[in-house]
Design a protein around this ligand. Structure first.
Ligand code: HEM
Length: 115
């Protein structure tokens, strides 16, 4: 009965606003790839230290997370802390489609036209 979808049982939809409330050592959430993780209990265990996690708490830590090049183990581990996902309108992929383009095509940044 409805057991086929193993990957993600109903993920709770959370708002950006809600995530932003959890920025401290007593409650720290972070967003990675539009999923929300409660890393409060993981702070002390994180091999990269709690500081870097707290720095990203309440925010989208995707870039920092990917910059480090976390292992498959790390990616499995984070599933333990998954508490939900951003609601559609707060997902990075939906929120700033134009800005995403901007990153790709801002070619002539070095032109300065002061004269
Ligand atoms: C739930 C989220 C996270 C989990 C489960 C996690 C887990 C881990 C694990 C298992 C390692 C050991 C190396 C590896 O297996 O790749 C690690 C290393 C590291 N993590 Fe994370 N991490 C998370 C989020 C983050 C974030 C958001 C940042 C950056 C802001 C970060 C920064 C680092 C750094 C800098 C190291 C390297 C430590 C070293 O090599 O000395 N991690 N993390």
């Amino acid at each position: 009965m409805g057991e086929e979808k193993k990957e993600q049982p109903d993920l709770k939809q959370l708002s950006q606003e809600e995530v932003e409330k959890h920025t401290t050592g007593t409650s720290s959430w972070l967003v990675i790839h539009d999923k929300v993780y409660d890393v409060t209990k993981f702070l002390e265990e994180h091999p990269g230290g709690e500081e870097v996690l707290l720095e990203q708490a309440g925010k989208d830590g995707t870039e920092s997370f990917e910059d480090v090049g976390h292992s498959e183990d790390a990616r499995e581990l984070m599933e333990n802390y998954l508490i939900g996902e951003l609601r559609d309108e707060d997902k990075a992929s939906n929120k700033y489609p134009e800005k995403r383009d901007m990153w790709k095509s801002s070619g002539n940044g070095s032109t300065c036209s002061l004269s």
